[in-house]
Design a protein around this ligand. Structure first.
Ligand code: DC
Length: 218
């Protein structure tokens, strides 16, 4: 049995940073599942494909190769937006599901478990995860973080535009009929609006420790 920690939440909620740090702290493997959807989107955009083209998106997902996960443009706004379009398509989700489940069941490098972050880890990919954390922050705080991140990377960024895109992605990720963004019934909510990275990490560590202790006591 492997230890599985699921972190879900909206765009720029800080779940990626938290997931990476939890994986390091507990010596677990880490999978950024958004990166899979981003890789599908980047592949489509590079081939001048339209993210709305279901057939092309499904083929891109079904033929995804490890090299696609290393593309330099994965973190761009354009790829992020296209990722949320392809992520609404059931065939794309189906193609990526087995890989994610396999990663959790048999983490690479013989690790004792895995941390996965995304939108539907606690609800669909790993409904039996040992720990489920749903990370939230207000749209304004998330837009501010994403804006800073883009500026720090030397990319052009206009705050109101970033905020509008965050709201648009939230809406698209939440209303889709397949695996919409929502907390699992048994997820613990972590609001990072008022927390810096250190405080958020300590809170997440506490949630993991308390959840595992409670499960052991049962
Ligand atoms: O977390 P992110 O911003 O890298 O995710 C990019 C897009 O991929 C996001 O808009 C929604 C989608 N996604 C998803 O539908 N399910 C996941 N498990 C992870 C990401």
């Amino acid at each position: 049995m492997t230890l599985v920690i699921a972190l879900d939440g909206p765009a720029a909620s800080g779940k990626g940073t938290l997931a990476r740090r939890l994986a390091a702290a507990f010596d677990l493997a880490y999978l950024d599942t958004g990166g899979l959807y981003r890789a599908v989107a980047a592949k489509l955009l590079a081939e001048a494909g339209d993210p709305e083209d279901r057939e092309a998106a499904a083929t891109a997902a079904e033929t995804l190769a490890p090299a696609d996960l290393q593309r330099p443009d994965l973190r761009s706004q354009a790829v992020g937006s296209a990722a949320s379009v392809v992520a609404a398509q059931p065939r794309v989700r189906r193609a990526l599901l087995e890989f994610q489940r396999g990663f959790a069941a048999q983490p690479p490098e013989g690790r004792a478990g895995a941390v996965l972050d995304g939108r539907d880890i606690g609800t669909v990919v790993c409904p039996d995860a040992d720990v489920k954390i749903y990370v939230v922050a207000s749209p304004e705080v998330r837009a501010e973080r994403r804006h800073r991140e883009l500026i720090d990377r030397g990319e052009p960024s206009i705050y109101p535009q970033v905020l509008a895109e965050i709201r648009e992605r939230d809406a698209r990720d939440s209303v889709r009929s397949t695996a919409p963004l929502k907390p699992a019934d048994d997820a613990v909510l972590l609001d990072t609006s008022e927390l810096d990275i250190e405080a958020a990490f300590r809170a997440a560590q506490r949630i993991v420790a308390e959840t595992l202790a409670a499960a052991k006591a049962e």
